[in-house]
Design a protein around this ligand. Structure first.
Ligand SMILES: Nc1ncnc2c1ncn2[C@@H]1O[C@H](COP(=O)(O)OP(=O)(O)OP(=O)(O)O)[C@@H](O)[C@H]1O
Ligand SMILES: [Mg+2]
Length: 290
């Protein structure tokens, strides 16, 4: 399970799983999904923006963010920044998996740290490592979990899963043991799981790194079918070139200064500036920014 990632809420009586021990192990994800209902989903659709206001967040004894303000409204937004700049921490704040020390993150009008029920209907997140997300033994159980947490009737949920599996050409995957799938196939399971829940905003924290080009393109196309707002953190700059907007999160080397929004604007301009600086930094031998 992702370190503390799913652990903000608690769902006492989750009925999935063969035994109490396993249920305990799954409690973290149950907490994450607890309270996600169709009602909270529709409530979350009252606005179309992700806003970070005055965010202060301490990490490793120093302020990673110290009054960060960002307003995101474009449909597809790329997020770039060097290793350790704070992108994943920002993703966790937006998904409501981390609460800021001070300040507020709103997604479609929902204060994601305070209103977990609303937040869970508004935002879904995909991590780089699918094993940080998948917790059930079979594909069908994994996909069923989120829908059932949204109070979708089991028969309806199974029908939706069946359609989704057919859509990706794996109609026979339902009973398949997840551990028998390849990394790319597990990524596909995670993506299907998020898409089935139809969040208004999907945060991608480098989910496609390590996949072959064909798999990346297919997953990206599947994602494109969703009408969700996409926030895509990536080091694959080419993949972000067609995006509506790109944000550059930067942090001075040495990591004692807070991270800040260095640029936000048209993809081409921001990526060109970022690429130029990365090439300059790559020419040196200083590893203090890692
Ligand atoms: N749990 C933690 N405890 C202490 N420091 C942390 C913790 N998590 C992250 N950090 C620090 O916060 C900073 C930002 O980390 P983050 O993971 O957000 O970077 P990133 O931009 O996602 O980098 P990458 O491109 O390598 O994934 C780093 O300096 C990291 O060491
Ligand atoms: Mg990261």
């Amino acid at each position: 399970m992702h370190g503390g990632g799913w652990g903000a809420l608690y769902l006492d009586a989750w009925s999935f799983g063969p035994g109490a021990k396993k249920r305990l192990a799954w409690a973290g994800k149950s907490r994450y999904l607890a309270g996600m209902t169709d009602q909270s989903k529709s409530d979350a659709r009252s606005g179309d923006a992700v806003c970070l206001n005055g965010i202060v967040l301490e990490r490793g004894g120093t302020a990673l963010f110290d009054g960060l303000d960002i307003d995101m409204r474009a449909r597809r937004i790329g997020i770039v920044g060097r290793n350790g700049a704070g992108k994943s921490q920002m993703a966790r704040l937006i998904a409501g998996l981390t609460a800021p020390d001070t300040g507020k993150v709103t997604v479609c009008g929902v204060d994601v740290a305070k209103d977990r029920k609303g937040a869970l209907g508004a935002v879904g997140i995909l991590f780089q490592n699918p094993d940080h997300q998948i917790i059930f033994p079979t594909v069908e159980e994994e996909l069923l979990f989120g829908l059932r947490a949204q109070r979708v009737a089991k028969s309806e949920a199974l029908a939706k899963i069946s359609v989704m599996l057919e859509t990706v050409g794996h109609g026979d995957w339902g009973p398949r043991a997840v551990h028998t799938l390849s990394g790319g196939q597990r990524h596909l399971v995670c993506l299907m799981s998020v898409l089935l829940m139809r969040p208004k905003v999907i945060v991608l924290d480098e989910p496609f790194a390590g996949l072959d080009l064909g798999a990346r393109l297919r997953l990206a196309r599947l994602l494109e079918r969703s009408d969700a707002m996409i926030l895509h953190i990536s080091h694959d700059l080419e993949a972000l070139e067609s995006y509506d907007e790109v944000l550059w999160i930067d942090r001075p080397a040495g990591a004692h200064e807070p991270a800040y929004l260095r640029a936000q604007g048209p993809a081409k301009e921001v990526l060109t500036a970022y690429r130029g600086e990365m090439e300059k930094r790559g020419g040196g031998n200083d590893f203090t920014d890692l």
